[in-house]
Ligand binder design. Structure first.
Ligand code: ATP
Length: 434
């Protein structure tokens, strides 16, 4: 992250301007759960749209899926999650607070970080991260189901459906964006680790022989994506898992890590999963051309949506002289423009400004409206939420049918004809679409 951005500043800005609120705040909140406010939901939707365009619409070898959160529990038994999707937890003997014993900085011999007592901890026990609930009206006839801890398994179990209903053949990939749930114990660091979060995942099915070149391709794609949404190269690095960390079925796994205030932490994962998943679900591929039948291998790029948002905000945050500016990529910014009538009390100016605002919205350029206070203050309010262009309709606009457009980053102002305005803004936005 850059030198002026801190997690505290970002958290405060997100709350103040309606990006992200603590969940159920009026009842004291709920640890590791957050709500996305009016600007947060725009930011999220813009990121998801860009991701989908890039990895589904622009590629012939990819299709999408939107599967349910609930699945038959047999899925999670076959995938290995019921048996082993767990973290090692220790419990304080005094206050019974639980901690991950594998957390960096946790010391079994130290005082309890919660109550401060030094009575020691019970030995580590494996704690399954899946949330469990029941389907059914009564205890007796209900059955256990899990809230999915990842979106990936739904792709595997739909492998045959997708092959039967599309023209895809190996190699091809399936992408999905959706909620995932994990009963995480470690708290803190804002939206980095949540109980409920969104994943953007891809399972890419290949022949075994192609795994290395496909892995390299997706590693490049992951980095290109991160840069295209505005993360700074200097704050990113890949880290390869060693033998101990890697799952037994994976020959290679790398994480893309982001530099959170000196600590590099995982934001995305890329795993070569071999043929483990399809074999567990007893799924194969029958090649119509050659008559050959085999189990495809899988490369899995996995992107966390909230772990995309946090680095983007940290890298976009700047303070210059007396203003805070979120230098968001215009494609991601909640509003692409803001429209201001210079004064509130001149009916023709307000009317013209309303027409310009409506014209932008109709053209798909989501625009904010602000008629209060002086123009300088209105600029500052838009800078802080990353709006790339502010448009002012003034007295001259009534004569020349033009507006003043001010650039967020340079603060330079230009006069642009109203009938050229949509084209002008769209061309600026396209420039940022890597
Ligand atoms: P960590 O080691 O940080 O717990 P992980 O290795 O368990 O992460 P994966 O299972 O590889 O994570 O999940 C894929 C992606 O989903 C991660 O790279 C991350 O972006 C996101 N993700 C995982 N857990 C969370 C969480 N609790 N909150 C927000 N995002 C998450």
């Amino acid at each position: 992250m850059n030198s002026v951005a801190t997690l505290e500043k970002i958290t405060a800005l997100c709350k103040r301007r309606g990006f992200i609120y603590p969940s159920s705040e009026i009842y004291g909140g709920l640890a590791n759960v957050y709500d996305f406010g009016p600007l947060g939901v725009e930011l999220k939707n813009n990121i998801k749209r860009l991701w989908w365009q890039r990895f589904v619409h622009r590629r012939d070898d990819m299709v999408g899926l939107d599967a349910s959160i609930f699945m038959n529990s047999k899925v999670w038994e076959a995938s290995g999650h019921v048996a082993s999707f767990s973290d090692p937890l220790v419990e304080c003997k005094a206050c019974h607070a639980r901690f991950r014993s594998d957390d960096e900085g946790f010391d079994m011999d130290a005082n309890c970080p919660e109550c401060g007592e030094k009575q020691g901890f019970f030995d580590a026990k494996q704690f399954n991260l899946m949330f469990k609930t029941q389907i059914g009206a009564t205890q007796e006839n209900s059955s256990d189901v899990y809230l999915r801890p990842e979106t990936a398994q739904a792709i595997f179990v739909n492998f045959k459906n997708i092959l039967d209903t599309t023209r895809q053949s190996i190699p091809f990939g399936v992408a999905q964006i959706g909620k995932a749930f994990r009963n995480e114990i470690t708290t803190g660091y804002f939206i980095f680790r949540m109980l409920e979060f969104e994943q953007m995942e891809i399972e890419y099915f290949i022949r075994e022989i192609d795994w290395e070149k496909t892995f390299d391709h997706w590693q490049d794609e992951i980095m290109n994506w991160a840069l295209s949404v505005g993360m700074k190269k200097d704050n990113l690095k890949f880290r390869e898992h060693d033998d101990k960390e890697r799952s037994h079925y994976s020959k290679k796994t790398v994480d893309l890590e982001y530099n959170f205030d000196g600590n590099f932490k995982e934001i995305y994962g890329l795993a070569y999963r071999g043929d483990y998943d399809l074999k567990q679900h007893k799924l194969t591929f029958a090649d119509q051309q050659t008559g050959e039948s085999y189990t495809p291998h899988v490369i899995e790029p996995s992107f966390g949506l909230e772990r995309t948002i946090l680095p983007i905000l940290l890298d976009a945050y700047t303070e210059d002289e007396n203003r805070i500016v979120l230098k968001l990529n215009p494609n991601i910014a909640p509003y692409k423009a803001a429209v201001f009538p210079l004064v509130q009390n001149k009916e023709e100016i307000v009317k013209k400004a309303r027409e310009v605002h409506q014209m932008l919205i109709t053209a798909g350029i989501y625009s904010a409206w602000d008629h209060r206070g002086n123009i300088g203050k209105r600029y500052l309010a838009q800078d802080e939420i990353g709006t790339p262009y502010c448009i002012t309709i003034d007295y001259d606009s009534l004569e020349d049918n033009a507006v003043t457009i001010r650039d967020r980053d340079t603060t330079k102002q230009e006069r642009v004809a109203i009938d050229k305005l949509c084209e002008y803004i769209k061309s600026q936005i396209v420039k940022h679409e890597a």
